[in-house]
Design a protein around this ligand. Structure first.
Ligand code: ZN
Length: 319
């Protein structure tokens, strides 16, 4: 009898031990699971913060990348015969048909080529300035508003080296500058005054973000053109594009081919290129492009008051 009781007691103790072991096991598993979860969360948090920083870095250089002149306009290197549209998407008479006809080069005629760079300054501007200096070539830089010391030094360097400093809007944000005439005026004044303050130059040349034939403006672009004219400012589009702002991801050789294929057509070629931080192929191809232009006898010049304006939209359309 005593043995039986002892046995039952022993069994109970054993059962309790087993239950305790299972309990401990469960607690251990939950603890490990929680620990792993915490580690995972922390790791993910660190990763998110890291990615946010990377994104911020990328976004910093994006005002330039936002520029997609070729994408938002009908004009491209092969655009001479392309139908153009007004801001409502309605086909319009090509404002520069006459301009193009007058501008066609005759056999053996001296060609003028204006290399223009939009969206800078950036780290690529420095390299472009070096290459231009090496070949003693002057170009035109349509810049946006950047307040860091490097950019300020580059605005000055552009001027000091004899290039033309042109305006390309302060913010380069289509949705802001093309919202209304007031918004456009404000952005224009901000950039004009800022560049004057930094370089002492009263800029007289403007390139619309997206070009005058862009399809993103809410307003009639002719209102902005009229305003610029009132300020004594001439706006320039382009009739030759390197294609460096398109989604095609052209190689340096292809960019050169795009330009060389079209500059032979015109007496005056205004070539669209970009000196944004992401446009490294433009820099890579520049020396070779200059060599090829020079070897065909083209005059490479900076835009000045004698330059024939190349414009996609004519103000005469308003009359
Ligand atoms: Zn641009």
């Amino acid at each position: 009898m005593a043995d039986k009781t002892e046995n039952t007691l022993q069994q109970n103790i054993d059962r309790r031990k087993r239950v305790n072991r299972i309990k401990n096991g469960i607690v251990a598993v939950i603890s490990i699971w929680m620990l792993v979860s915490v580690i995972l969360c922390v790791t993910l948090l660190v990763r998110v913060i890291h990615l946010e920083n990377t994104l911020r870095e990328i976004t910093k250089s994006l005002p330039q990348a936002e520029c997609v002149e070729d994408v938002v306009t009908q004009n491209s290197p092969k655009s001479d015969t392309t139908e153009k549209y007004d801001t409502d998407g309605q086909p319009v008479q090509d404002a520069n048909t006459e301009q193009n006809t007058k501008n066609l080069a005759k056999e053996g005629e001296q060609l003028k080529v204006y290399l223009t760079f939009d969206d800078g300054p950036s780290k690529n501007t420095e390299r472009i300035l070096e290459i231009l200096d090496e070949y003693n070539v002057k170009a035109t830089f349509f810049v946006t508003g950047k307040t860091d010391a490097e950019s300020q030094a580059l605005y000055k360097k552009i001027v000091e080296q004899g290039h033309t400093l042109g305006m390309h809007s302060y913010s380069h944000k289509y949705s802001v500058i093309y919202e209304s005439l007031e918004a456009f005026e404000q952005d224009y004044q901000q950039l004009h005054d800022y560049l004057y303050e930094v370089t002492g130059v009263d800029c007289k040349y403007y390139r619309f973000p997206g070009g005058s034939s862009n399809k993103v403006s809410n307003q009639d672009m002719r209102e902005f053109i009229t305003y610029l004219n009132e300020q004594g400012v001439t706006y320039f589009d382009w009739n030759v594009s390197s294609g460096d702002a398109t989604s095609q991801a052209y190689t340096a050789e292809e960019l050169i081919r795009n330009v060389m294929g079209d500059v032979t057509k015109y007496k005056t070629s205004v070539v669209l290129m970009h000196d944004a931080a992401t446009k490294t192929t433009t820099v890579d191809g520049l020396a070779s492009l200059i060599e090829q232009l020079q070897s065909m006898g083209a005059h490479i010049l900076p835009i000045d008051e004698d330059t024939t304006p190349i414009q996609h939209v004519s103000i005469e359309d308003t009359q």
